[in-house]
Design a protein around this ligand. Structure first.
Ligand code: PLP
Length: 427
């Protein structure tokens, strides 16, 4: 499968049925699996044989879909999680624990920011947030002896900032730690961060991968390239025996290609149980089968809408990385040459009140706390997610009071533009 193009991997990856087997991936709706002898099962618990025993840790349907995403990203191992939040948490917590430190881009999804700055901080892990536009010197200055990872988003939600993945990968590697990239908005169709030096990729599969607003889910993929043994002192959890798993040393037993995901499954999935349901994995796979077709259309539509907005004098500003006027245009051309994503943000002249009135005038674009869906939706953060903040606080948080976040769907771009046009005209 590895020689096929991304379009073929979207359709065919992860699953090749044998003679007379189901054409579509089977939903293994079973919590547990039967064995003939206790010693057969004992080998599974010792990680000496591979196989399934309990769906809180691993399920065949989930693994089939994870294998497809692994192929799409060009990785060596992958796992599904119950949500994107669980994927971000596991990816970091698998290598950082109490007393450790992580460097993160400051423009990341609000839920991830809260996870890092509040919840994981309570667990004793400290985060330093750096501007994605920082110089190499500023980035290097953020590292400490106890730094265990660097984190960023290919295209930040909702700032739509494109990360210079190579700059962040070089700094991470110079300090002996991996770069973890949340590739949710770009998807592997538009960017494969491993090709630019990232070591681990995470996804909220809830967004474009599902793409129909049907199933919450997440995924972690390992490139297999980070040499944990070369920095063994930093990553004892991977390079020394795990007493909670019969003394297995993950890098020794599973190699660089399998150590990270096996540890995350054997320890974190065992203890936290944020597994994706096999039903959701099946729904996710339906989305993946058309991901390449949908991403192309999302991007085409979003670019048309962004260009229209730029030309309308009732619009104060437009942010979309694939617009030539974008400060991130160069980065977008390097990392996202085939298109960025379907999300466009813009300001309506007249501030908070005008933005709110504009949203109320829309007939097709629905008001939702969601993005990356087949149906166009939009959100005015100042009157929804960031409602408690005044204009000064909003500006400090990087969310201007007039900001409208539009997630452009798969409808006709003409109809979408007509809807926006009438909503602006009625202001
Ligand atoms: C939505 C989102 C998440 C969180 O994913 P859930 O599936 O909602 O838990 C993480 N990162 C990004 C970039 C997102 O857009």
């Amino acid at each position: 499968m590895s020689n096929y193009k991304i379009e073929t991997k979207c359709v065919q990856g992860g699953y090749t049925p044998g003679n007379g087997e189901p054409r579509q991936i089977p939903i293994i709706q079973s919590t547990t699996f039967k064995y003939n002898s206790s010693s057969d099962m004992g080998k599974l618990f010792d990680l000496e044989a591979s196989g399934y025993f309990y769906s809180r840790l691993q399920n065949p349907t989930c693994d089939t879909v994870a294998a497809k995403i692994c192929e799409l990203e060009g990785g060596t191992a992958a796992m599904l999680t119950s949500s994107g939040q669980a994927a971000s948490f596991y990816a970091v917590f698998n290598i950082a624990s109490c007393g450790d430190h992580v460097v993160s881009s400051s423009t990341i999804y609000g839920g991830t920011y809260n996870l890092f700055a509040v919840t994981m901080k309570r667990m004793g892990i400290e985060f330093t947030f750096v501007s994605p536009d920082c110089t190499e010197e500023e980035l290097n200055a953020a590292f400490r002896p106890n730094t265990k990872a660097v984190f960023g988003e290919t295209i930040a939600n909702p700032a739509l900032k494109v990360l210079d993945i190579e700059k962040f990968a070089n700094a991470a590697h110079a300090h002996g730690v991996p770069l973890i990239i949340d590739n949710t908005f770009a998807t592997p169709v538009n960017c494969r961060p491993f090709e630019f030096g990232a070591d681990i990729v995470t996804h909220s599969t809830t967004k474009y991968m599902d793409g129909h607003g049907a199933a919450v889910g997440g995924c972690i993929v390992d490139s297999g390239k980070f040499d944990w043994n070369a920095h063994a002192d930093k990553f004892p959890g991977l390079t020394t025996p795990d007493d909670s798993y019969h003394g297995v040393t993950y890098t020794e037993r599973f190699g660089l290609e399998g150590a990270f995901i096996t540890k995350a499954t054997a320890q974190l999935m065992r203890d936290f149980g944020s597994i994706q349901s096999p039903q959701n994995a099946f729904i996710l796979n339906l989305g993946l089968e058309s991901l390449h077709v949908r991403m192309q259309r999302h991007c085409e539509n979003a670019l048309k809408v962004a260009k229209y907005l730029e030309s309308n004098d009732k619009i104060a500003w437009v942010t979309y990385p694939s617009l030539e006027s974008s400060p991130d245009y160069e980065l977008a051309q390097k990392y996202l040459p085939n298109g960025s994503c379907g999300v466009v943000s813009f300001g309506v002249k007249g501030g908070r009140a005008a933005a709110e009135a504009f949203m109320g005038n829309l007939k097709m674009a629905a008001i939702e706390t969601h993005v990356a869906d087949a149906r166009t939706c939009c959100l005015h953060p100042a009157s929804a997610t960031h409602r408690q903040m005044n204009d000064e606080e909003l500006t400090a948080a990087g969310v201007s009071p007039d900001l409208v976040r539009l997630s452009v769907g798969l409808e006709s771009a003409d109809d979408l533009i007509a809807d926006i046009e009438q909503a602006l005209a009625a202001l």
